[in-house]
Ligand binder design. Structure first.
Ligand SMILES: [Zn+2]
Ligand SMILES: [Zn+2]
Length: 270
């Protein structure tokens, strides 16, 4: 994600907005056939998706990937050749593998595949990732209540994405964390570090931009991590988490310039 920062511009944001629109339609498409199963062995320290048995329909997943490819070729005709090459690869076996590896954050698998097939490094993971998100968002929706009791720090309790975004909501400005990947949300004490869990009480450290006090970074010197905190007590129209995350990417840059990062799960493959 952060690798893309150098190419963040208006065209990129527009492309992302179109993808978000598609993802929201796709989520509707699967929502009717998606039923939650009882969580019998709920381990509150492990992301939910590792604990539930859910089936990704490969024909549907494939159709979404094809749509994304079409969108990318439209936007950037120079990609058409590579898209054709990828199309040739997409059989059921490889698509099952994509689902598995993208859920495991296996960047290495996708980079390796791109290198072997001599296609741009970012493309396979980009496609696999954006086509899985409607499923993740459906899961976060269906299990919203279960997720509130998860005791996760550092990563999203639903999908395992590193934590980096929160909003202050309501009159009192309750801190609510949002996952820009699956849209799970959960609240947390404001002075608690979302990564290591230390409660800083009145010693919480903030960084913010001089011209906008509603956008802050909560940073922790115990674990060198940060969370972007957007004060939306006065905000009426709220952007969806993925868009809010993209529109505040300058805060990620600021945090990283100051030496802070976001936790990467220990078992992540890089
Ligand atoms: Zn998530
Ligand atoms: Zn910390």
């Amino acid at each position: 994600m952060l690798k893309l920062m150098s190419v963040i511009n208006k065209e990129y944001i527009d492309l992302q907005k179109e993808i978000l629109k598609k993802q929201s339609l796709w989520k509707k498409e699967i929502s009717q056939d998606f039923h939650d199963s009882e969580l019998s062995t709920k381990n509150e320290n492990m992301p939910l998706i590792e604990q539930i048995d859910f089936k990704v329909s490969i024909p549907i997943y494939k159709s979404w990937i094809l749509e994304l490819m079409e969108l990318l070729s439209d936007r950037q005709p120079s990609l058409t050749g590579e898209m054709g090459q990828i199309k040739e690869l997409l059989n059921d076996v490889i698509l099952e593998r994509w689902v598995k590896e993208v859920l495991a954050f296996n960047e290495y698998y996708f980079t390796n595949l791109a290198n072997t097939e001599k296609i741009s490094e970012w493309i396979p993971q980009f496609l696999a990732e954006h086509a899985i998100r409607p499923y993740l968002r459906q899961i976060a929706d269906v299990y919203a209540e279960d997720l509130t009791s998860f005791k996760h720090t550092g990563t999203c309790p639903c999908c395992g994405e590193p934590v980096r975004l929160a909003r202050l909501e309501g009159k009192v400005g309750k801190k609510v964390l949002y996952c820009p990947r699956c849209y799970a949300s959960w609240s947390e004490k404001r002075t608690k570090c979302s990564h290591c869990g230390v409660d800083h009480d009145d010693k919480m450290k903030y960084l913010h931009l001089e011209n906008d006090s509603t956008k802050q970074l909560y940073v922790c010197d115990e674990c060198n991590s940060y969370v972007k905190v957007i004060d939306e007590k006065q905000t009426l129209k709220k952007d969806e988490p993925a868009l809010l995350d993209l529109n505040t990417i300058y805060l990620d840059i600021l945090a990283q310039e100051k030496g802070y990062g976001v936790t990467i799960e220990k078992d992540r493959v890089n």
